[in-house]
Ligand binder design. Sequence first.
Ligand code: KIV
Length: 293
Amino acid sequence: MSIQKSKQSSVQRLTAPYIRSLKGTSPIVSLTAYHAHTARIIDPYVDFMLVGDSLGMVMHGFESTVPVPLELMIMHGAAVVRGSSRALVVVDMPFGSYEESKEMAFRNAARIMKETGCGAIKLEGGSYMAETIQYLTERGIPVMGHIGLTPQSVNTMGGFKTQGRVKEEWAAIEKDAKDIDKAGVFAMVIEGVAEPLAAKLTKLVKAPTIGIGASKECDGQILVLEDMLGLSPWVPKFVKEFGQIGAAIEGAVELYAEEVRDRSFPSEAETYQMLTKKAKTKTSRAKKRPASS
Ligand code: KIV
């Protein structure tokens, strides 16, 4: 008897369990993506791409991620899924869309997954989110955690403050990591923590740790794409600018403005001329449908 392959078997996306299985093997590579075109470019190189709520600050000019609405995450999430075909797409749950109750979290997470086609969601918070994380994972929603510096808590933290740089802060963060690990996260982002704490957390939990400003001691790394491309007006200490796209854009726009002003653009090469009678006939003939037999 031949084995019938379902249509689904042609889908080659990396999955949340696959990302989890990478712990202790090779470093996990990830970046944020907010649009179809950047998703397409980074797709072959990353294990997962995160539609982070940082898009509120990077793309929409908000001062923090707090104002980001669920609909905006869904719109960008769907674009990133359409633009990619290989990497796992993880979409952030924005502030106010999951904290109130586990039922609310499920409703909104299910909406994100149905309306974007993503493979997992991410939410911020430690021990106090463990019950919600377990509720979601038991109901078919892969959850990535996010502890340490949690930007959605900027107003209670009093700023974007690095964590665990004094030993007294370690116990609470270790408990956060253990509790969300036990609750079933398939990976967890560790943001803005001191290197020795990142090393300890990575040894402590079964899920891979994905560092941002958390040293090379994590199981993987993530950066905001625009930051590492040199597109952001300022970047935190932990960002390395691997490219200088901002300067390249400015150079191209400056040249365009110059050429429009001195009328060297558009040139002959970018201009349509009138068709000769002969060319016109040829074109319209070519467009004729073949007669049906
Ligand atoms: O929103 C985001 O981009 C994030 C990353 C910084 C991990 O959460």
